[in-house]
Write a protein that binds this ligand. Structure first.
Ligand code: CA
Ligand code: CA
Length: 260
């Protein structure tokens, strides 16, 4: 083989190896990112679309009606109900493959995606140990002996380390048989004796102002292997509840998207 020809073959080989390495380093991860797209229904509060690493509210009637008769994986109260066709008329109705209406009771969460979403199952019970609730109230200048209209805790392994974190939801909004000067609503996670706040709202109580928070769904919604969390907050009037999607980054919760 001539020396010149050999040199060309070596150069071509190096280019091919370089191209393969670049594809493995960037092409594959880009493909993976592009694949993570999903549309989720948060009850009747929000429709969120995720693609190209961006969350978007779907609100226009023309975009919403495009979802009609599409198949979604449907969960009620964090439990898988089945795959159903959905149809929207201010609220979501679900149908089987024969377009027969299927009734449901509870909180609807539904998604379609190009990946399998892991929705965490968990139970919510009334708080029996008020240590952290009292601590949060005191830190916000409220009486630690305040009465509540809601005081629940949900245990689930949010950070996937094999140990459950506790998510507390406490509130005194919409009190009927007592009238606090200030209303409060807090949602916080306790992990290893540390409190991480998600939602805090304190203001002068006018009877039915404020909103009642609710831990709605915990799942890896964007397929990046970390869990996200959806909170809703219901107003007293029949306005659309606030819906917020949180991720946990650098030891703090931050809102990625909200419907308001
Ligand atoms: Ca954990
Ligand atoms: Ca995630």
């Amino acid at each position: 083989m001539k020396k010149g020809k050999f040199k060309y073959i070596v150069i071509i080989l190096i280019l091919v190896i370089y191209a393969v390495c670049m594809y493995l380093a960037f092409g594959v991860s880009e493909t993976r990112e592009r694949e993570a797209s999903t549309t989720i229904l948060v009850g009747d509060a929000a429709v969120w679309d995720y693609s190209s690493r961006n969350w978007m509210n779907v609100t226009t009637p023309s975009l919403l009606s495009k979802l009609n008769w599409q198949s979604f994986h449907v969960y009620i109260d964090h439990e898988y109900l089945g795959d159903y066709l959905v149809w929207n008329d201010d609220e979501w109705y679900i149908f089987d493959e024969n377009r027969q209406s299927v009734s449901y009771q509870g909180e609807l969460f539904a998604y379609q995606a190009d990946f399998d979403m892991n929705i965490l199952s968990y139970e919510t019970t009334d708080i029996t140990d008020y240590t952290y609730a009292r601590q949060v109230l005191e830190e916000h200048g409220l009486s630690p002996d305040s009465q509540y209209t809601l005081a629940t805790v949900s245990s689930l392994d949010f950070d996937k380390d094999g140990v459950d974190e506790n998510f507390y939801v406490i509130s005194n909004v919409f009190a009927m048989d007592f009238f606090p000067d200030k209303y409060f609503s807090f949602v916080f996670m306790v992990d290893d004796d540390t409190i991480y706040m998600l939602y805090e709202d304190v203001d002068v109580n006018e009877g039915v102002n404020g909103c009642m928070p609710n831990l709605y769904t915990v799942a890896d919604l964007d397929n990046d292997q970390d869990n996200e969390l959806i909170l809703t907050c219901a107003k007293y009037s029949n306005q659309t509840p606030v819906a917020m999607l949180y991720e946990f980054r650098d030891n703090a919760f931050e809102i990625k998207i909200s419907n308001q």
